[in-house]
Ligand binder design. Structure first.
Ligand SMILES: NC(=O)c1ccc[n+]([C@@H]2O[C@H](COP(=O)([O-])OP(=O)(O)OC[C@H]3O[C@@H](n4cnc5c(N)ncnc54)[C@H](OP(=O)(O)O)[C@@H]3O)[C@@H](O)[C@H]2O)c1
Length: 261
């Protein structure tokens, strides 16, 4: 299994479970395999010929990494005959009350979501055996996500950040998404797009409260605001319907359960 972006948040969660699953891992750093270096990506992929490529490499502010890099990885994986699993995001959608299913068309208003949607198209066009997993806000236990560190900074008096009561996502524990990746690596019959996210839409303020309580603080003391008041133009409610994944036996635990274990 070749993993791009292994040093990132999700990649760190993937190391141990993929070793337990007895995958032989290739996890080149960006220095060794920059996904925007097309000839090198093709050359390395064809010489390594991994069974599966898990493409996590990402830079939120960089179209070239997201769109071009993903296209190069997808084309190279197709040329090498490798199955590709590409991680995408709920932010390909603009937000609405109703949950999104896999067949809904991306309509992101923001560049990041538009670039990830373009990357998804590049994966589909490359023509190999591929699966696009869309997930939502990720959190962790041993490795903490940026949002968890933001909450700790506010609780510790090192930040005056406010948490939005009107921005809803379906947060998922990174360990659950990693489990899904490993299970689906072995399922070449599962292709296209699959939503793998938490079972409940939670506001950022509620989520921050859960993380605050976990470190012994009073959730009610956390400062809140709304994304509207802050003038940020971000999707308010993006709910991924993960029932297709559930039919394959793939589940993300409710946050209270995931943080207890
Ligand atoms: N984290 C979330 O909440 C979340 C939610 C939804 C979807 N996802 C998706 O999950 C995937 C992984 O996210 P993440 O949070 O683990 O990302 P991350 O922590 O930002 O890590 C990104 C990784 O990509 C590497 N990278 C950046 N540019 C590269 C390049 N040109 N060539 C090769 N490697 C490069 C980085 O290496 P350096 O550190 O050396 O730059 C790092 O290892 C992404 O596709 C993201 O869209 C994440």
């Amino acid at each position: 299994m070749l993993i791009t972006g292994m040093s990132g948040f999700l990649g760190q969660h993937l190391i141990e479970p993929s070793e337990v699953a007895e995958w032989e891992l290739l996890s080149p750093t960006k220095g060794l395999l920059d996904v925007t270096d097309r000839p090198r990506v093709l050359d390395q992929m064809v010489s390594w010929t991994p069974n599966v490529v898990v493409h996590l490499a990402n830079r939120r502010d960089d179209r070239e990494t997201i769109v071009d890099g993903t296209r190069y990885v997808a084309e190279a994986a197709a040329a090498a005959g490798s199955r590709l699993i590409f991680l995408s995001t709920d932010l390909v959608f603009a937000g609405r009350d109703r949950a999104y299913v896999e067949t809904d068309q991306p309509d992101a208003p923001q560049p990041y979501g538009q670039w990830k949607a373009a990357a998804e198209q590049a994966v589909a066009r490359a023509g190999g055996n591929s699966l696009i997993i869309r997930t939502s806000l990720l959190y962790g236990t041993d490795h903490q996500a940026l949002f968890q560190r933001d909450v700790a900074a506010v609780v510790g008096g090192r930040s005056d950040m406010r948490f939005f009561t009107d921005e809803f996502r379906c947060p998922a524990h990174a360990d659950d998404v990693v489990k899904a990746i490993i299970a689906l690596a072995d399922r070449p019959d599962v292709t296209g797009v699959l939503h793998v996210a938490g079972p409940r839409a939670i506001s950022r303020a509620e989520l921050a409260g859960i993380f605050a309580a976990q470190i012994g603080a009073d959730p009610k003391q956390l400062p809140t605001s709304t994304s509207r008041e802050s003038g940020l133009d971000r999707p308010e409610k993006v709910v991924l319907d993960s029932s297709a994944a559930a039919r394959l036996g793939i589940h993300c635990r409710p946050i209270e359960e995931a943080l207890r274990n």
